[in-house]
Write a protein that binds this ligand. Structure first.
Ligand code: Q46
Ligand code: ZN
Ligand code: ZN
Length: 318
C-alpha cells in the first residue's frame, strides 16, 4: 500500500478518495478538508476568538488540535455532565490534552455549579437523556461564548454525524430541521455564531488523525447513547458507503450545496419576537427560558444514578 502523493508506505486507505496516504500526507489532506470547509462556508476569520466545545472524544480534541495547528486562537469549554465514570474519564482526557499543549480549558460541572446532572435531568423531565443534554450544552456553550467575548463556537460534528442527522430528517421530511441543517449558524441577538469545521471529514479519519498526532481520547461512547436512533442511521449509511464509497459525502455535501438553498424560506419561527428570560436574560419567546425551567425541575429532583437511566430507565422513552 503506497501513498498517493509520495509513494512512501501508506498508513490509511481512503476508499472515498480511491487512494492511500502516508501519515504526513494524510495530515495534509485533513488540514485541507478543514480549510476548504472554513473557506466555502465562511466559518472563521484569522482574528477570531474561537470557543471549542470539548468532550474528551476524538472529534472535539482533533478539532481543537487542527484549529490551533492552522493558527487560530481557540480555547476549550468542557461541560461535566455527571454521566458516571464516562464523565470523570472524559474530563481527564480533555484536561491532559489542554495541559500538554498549554491551551486554555474552561470546565463547568453541572452537579456542583447548577445542582443537577444529565441522568437526573432525564428522570425529572421524563424525556430521553440526549434531549436534556442537548438543551444544557446549547445553553451553556452559547452563554459562555457571549460572556467570554468569543466570536464563534466550534463543535466537532463530523461528516458521519451530519449525514446521520440528515438521513433522519429526510426520512421524516422534517422541512424546518432540514432548512436549518447548515454547517454555519450566523450570530443573532443573544446567540453566538456556530460552526462545524469537520463536516468534510469522517469519524474514521478523525480517529486516524488522533493516532497520527498522538492524541489520547476517550474511546467509549457515552453510555446514554445506546439505542440512540442516529447510531442506527450511521450503520445504515456505513453499509451504503461500503457498497458505494463516497455516497455519504455526496449525500451530505450535495444536500448543502444544492438542496439547502432551496429550503431557505422554511427555517421556521422568526427570532424577531424573542424577549429576555426573566431569570438568565437569554433570548426566549416565553417568560422563563426552557433551560431555566430544566434547571429548576432537575435540581429539585432526587439525584438519579447513571446506571438507572442506562438499564431500567432505557426501557421507556425511545
Ligand atoms: S453526551 Fe449527551 Fe451525547 Fe450522551 S447524553 Fe446524549 S447528547 S449521547 S453527544
Ligand atoms: Zn505521502
Ligand atoms: Zn433562562
Amino acid at each position: 500500500m503506497k501513498c498517493r502523493v509520495c509513494r512512501g508506505p501508506a498508513i490509511i486507505d481512503l476508499a472515498r478518495h480511491n487512494a492511500n496516504f502516508c501519515a504526513e500526507h494524510f495530515v495534509q489532506l485533513c488540514r485541507r478538508q478543514v480549510e476548504k470547509a472554513v473557506k466555502d462556508f465562511s466559518m472563521l476569520w484569522p482574528e477570531d476568538r474561537i470557543l471549542v466545545a470539548v468532550s474528551g472524544g476524538k472529534d472535539s480534541l482533533a478539532l481543537w488540535d487542527i484549529l490551533v495547528d492552522l493558527g487560530y486562537r481557540a480555547d476549550g469549554l468542557y461541560i461535566g455532565l455527571g454521566i458516571g465514570e464516562y464523565s470523570d474519564e472524559s474530563l481527564g482526557y480533555a484536561q491532559r490534552f489542554a495541559d500538554a499543549r498549554g491551551l486554555n480549558l474552561r470546565v463547568i460541572s453541572l452537579r456542583s455549579e447548577l445542582g443537577y446532572d444529565i441522568p437526573t435531568a432525564a428522570a425529572a423531565t421524563r424525556r430521553v437523556p440526549c434531549s436534556a443534554c442537548g438543551l444544557t450544552k446549547r445553553h451553556l456553550f452559547d452563554s459562555a461564548a457571549m460572556e467570554g467575548g468569543y466570536d464563534v463556537v466550534a463543535t466537532g460534528h463530523n461528516l458521519d454525524d451530519e449525514a446521520a442527522v440528515l438521513f433522519g430528517n429526510t426520512l421524516r421530511w422534517e422541512i424546518e430541521y432540514l432548512a436549518r441543517q447548515l454547517p454555519v449558524l450566523p450570530a443573532r441577538p443573544g446567540f453566538p455564531k456556530k460552526v462545524k469545521p469537520l463536516v468534510r471529514l469522517t469519524e474514521r479519519e478523525m480517529a486516524a488523525w488522533c493516532i497520527v498526532r498522538n492524541i489520547d481520547y476517550i474511546v467509549e461512547e457515552c453510555p446514554m447513547a445506546v439505542g440512540n436512533r442516529h447510531l442506527g442511521y450511521k450503520n445504515t449509511l456505513n453499509a451504503i458507503e461500503e457498497q458505494s464509497p463516497g455516497s455519504k459525502a455526496s449525500f451530505y455535501l450535495n444536500f448543502i450545496e444544492r438542496m439547502a438553498p432551496l429550503l431557505s424560506d422554511h427555517t421556521g419561527a422568526s427570532h424577531d419576537e424573542l424577549g429576555e428570560c426573566s431569570r438568565c436574560g437569554s433570548p426566549t419567546p416565553n417568560e422563563v427560558c426552557s433551560f431555566c425551567l430544566l434547571v429548576e425541575k432537575s435540581s429539585q429532583h432526587e439525584a438519579v444514578p447513571v446506571e438507572f437511566m442506562t438499564k431500567s430507565g432505557r426501557k421507556r422513552g425511545r
